[in-house]
Design a protein around this ligand. Structure first.
Ligand SMILES: Cc1ncc(COP(=O)(O)O)c(C=O)c1O
Length: 379
């Protein structure tokens, strides 16, 4: 048993372990954030709010909840492995064919499948940094090399530097726009110039997990591009704006060759009956969905104005979270907010030391966050 494996937590209480591939053992362990129950217990609080995981503060729409309840009776049968009805609904909504859509157990699964389908030892994956923590994992899992390209000054992907990092070993490039954890957005013109610089057959993913919260007029143009560029896959998810992260459903749209590659490696029943039904129902309620998204966008603007008033530096965001860089000394601000019952994400664990990533919650939650921040900064 190697020391690396021991450190990675594969050893049980009797000191026993199974043989684990060293490249898997070397993948940094994912530490999930604290729950409200953890924080209430630790600080003896009656209540806590969680603004740490970029979730929707709202439960799924009533009609979606009802479909999930009713769907329970059919769970003795396997789901439709091809998720035909959901693919059709998404294809119609986006003006593509069913063969251009793939469904995943969250968009995380589609990212992992892309790594499996495209990467091998000796090849490289290019991704922005800091960005979504799963990206380097795809390369590690495949024994490939992850090349992390620092963001530009606006907290968005440095697309020119990413294009410059491409060489004959590159098998996948991931663009994250808007970028997690900064919220910076890459304009469509920049993405188009970037794609023009790449070989036509080099697979590119544009991860648009936060698409719904984008207010820029050019949003959606990367998808329009995917219709004519064979190498492009656009990823979206029901986890954020639709409030369905607990059900795990994400989707990709791209050329039939991209979809076939992912279908080739996915397990036959990768998305559950309930996930498919809930996602389809969610698509039927666009006005209610839009109202919620607009509220989050309005709250994001309100929180940004309040932060500016408090002279707390932050990165302008096109997502449902804001990355802030408060000046604070002594025990970490993160800890002090936890003690106030406000759970935000420590930027240190996201590659942004000295920052905090704060999800946009309900108006009441955002008020509670701003009040707690005012208190701890005044300490
Ligand atoms: C940039 C980005 N992509 C993908 C995901 C994964 O979303 P899911 O697997 O829930 O669809 C997240 C989740 O936080 C994310 O921030």
């Amino acid at each position: 048993m190697s020391a690396d494996i021991a450190r990675s937590g594969f050893v049980d209480s009797r000191g026993m372990s199974i043989h684990v591939s060293p490249r898997i053992a070397a993948i940094p362990h994912y530490e999930p954030g604290l729950t409200t129950a953890d924080v209430m217990e630790r600080y003896g609080l009656d209540a806590a709010i969680k603004l740490a995981s970029n979730e929707s503060p709202y439960p799924p729409l009533d009609a979606v909840q009802e479909v999930v309840r009713q769907g329970a009776t059919g769970l003795n049968r396997y789901p439709d492995g091809a998720a035909r009805a959901l693919r059709d609904a998404l294809a119609e909504m986006h003006g593509v064919d069913r063969a251009n859509v793939v469904i995943g157990n969250g968009s995380c699964e589609l990212l992992l499948l892309a790594g499996q389908a495209l990467l091998d030892p000796g090849t490289t994956l290019i991704h922005p940094d800091p960005s979504f923590g799963l990206y380097p994992h795809l390369a590690a899992a495949a024994g490939a090399e992850a090349i992390a390209v620092p963001l530009n000054g606006q907290g968005a992907n440095d697309l020119e530097a990413m294009a410059a990092a491409v060489d004959e070993r590159t098998r996948l490039v991931i663009v994250c726009s808007p970028n997690n954890p900064t919220g910076g957005y890459s304009p469509a013109d920049q993405i188009e110039s970037f794609l023009d610089m790449l070989p036509e057959d080099l697979p590119v993913i544009i991860d648009e997990a936060y698409y719904d919260f984008v207010t820029e007029a050019d949003r959606g143009r990367p998808l329009a591009n995917a219709r004519r560029r064979q190498n492009l896959l656009v990823l979206r998810t029901f986890s954020k704006a639709h409030g369905l992260c607990g059900l795990r459903v994400g989707y990709g749209m791209g050329s039939t060759s991209w979809i076939a590659a992912l279908d080739q490696v996915r397990q036959p029943f990768n998305s559950s009956t309930l996930a498919q039904a809930a996602a389809r129902e969610a698509l039927r309620h666009a006005p209610a969905h839009d109202r919620r998204v607009q509220e989050t966008i309005a709250e994001r603007a309100r929180v940004a104005v309040a932060l500016a008033g408090m002279r707390v530096p932050f990165t302008p965001s096109q997502t449902n979270f804001i990355l802030i860089r408060p000046e604070a000394s002594g025990i970490s601000l993160h800890e002090r907010l936890l003690a106030e019952g406000v759970i935000v994400r420590n930027g240190g664990s996201l590659g942004c030391p000295g920052s905090l990533r704060v999800s946009i919650g309900t108006p009441q939650e955002n008020d509670a966050f701003l009040a707690a921040l005012t208190r701890v900064l005044g300490d």
